[in-house]
Design a protein around this ligand. Structure first.
Ligand code: CTP
Ligand code: CA
Length: 213
């Protein structure tokens, strides 16, 4: 299979030197990429800025903003059999990026923010016979929220994890299907979990998507 993986955080610039982002390390996405490569698949890795080396053998696309992640993902999805969206995409961006550097005002300021495009939702809407695996980071009503995201973004499955996973070497995940039930649970090092998730996908994908070759 040829698998598109999104990873890492995105950055949204306030001016030319300042941005809003999050603490994602990119480890889960990179571990999934490594797992897929080790198991003989091709990987297209679209990654926000992280401190990790892209796994050897993947097709690597470095991006910074959500718009760039969207463009790279939409461009490469048609050549892939499926996508795993592990990126911690910024939900908001400043309405305007100020040219140069904002000076201090001597008092509080507020920044007008608008929602970013949902990369996974765009891929889900265009999936055709491809498969789509999303991630959901939840601190409350976890399974319920994960199921809502699965439906809203047209995913086959969604990987539920907890905010403590951000920046950590370990993770605890549940794979949720379209009935909202956890069909698999894994805990441990992100690399071990990733190996098991890729293996699980390989054996449980619908035949129609595997036929794509
Ligand atoms: N995602 C995306 N583009 C966005 C926001 C999220 O592709 N602009 C993807 C993430 O990569 C993840 C899934 O959508 O696979 C769910 O992300 P999450 O942050 O848990 O959910 P949101 O839909 O952003 O909702 P909220 O943050 O409000 O819970
Ligand atoms: Ca979000």
């Amino acid at each position: 299979m040829r698998i598109l993986i999104t990873a890492g955080p995105t950055r949204e610039y306030i001016d030319d030197v300042r941005y809003l982002s999050n603490a994602s390390s990119g480890r889960m996405g990179y571990a999934l990429a490594q797992a897929a490569l080790t198991q003989g698949h091709q990987v297209v890795l679209v990654s926000g800025p992280v401190d990790l080396k892209p796994p050897e053998g993947c097709e690597f696309h470095s991006v910074e903003t959500t718009d760039e992640m969207r463009d790279a993902s939409v461009a490469h999805f048609p050549d892939c059999d499926g996508v795993i969206a592990a990126a911690a995409v910024s939900d908001y961006k400043p309405r305007e990026r100020v040219e140069g550097k904002l000076a201090k005002t001597g008092g509080p300021i507020s920044i007008d923010m608008i929602e970013t495009d949902d990369v996974l939702a765009q891929l889900g809407a265009a999936k055709g016979s491809r498969w789509v695996v999303g991630f959901a980071l939840e601190s409350q009503n976890a399974r319920e929220n994960a199921l809502q995201k699965l439906r809203a973004k047209n995913c086959n499955w969604i990987v539920l994890n907890h905010p403590t996973a951000i920046g950590s070497l370990d993770n605890q995940i549940e794979l949720i299907d379209d009935t909202g039930h956890p069909i698999m649970k894994w805990a441990g090092a992100k690399q071990d979990i990733s190996n098991q998730l890729i293996q699980w996908l390989e054996t449980n994908l619908p035949d129609s998507s595997r036929d794509l070759g």
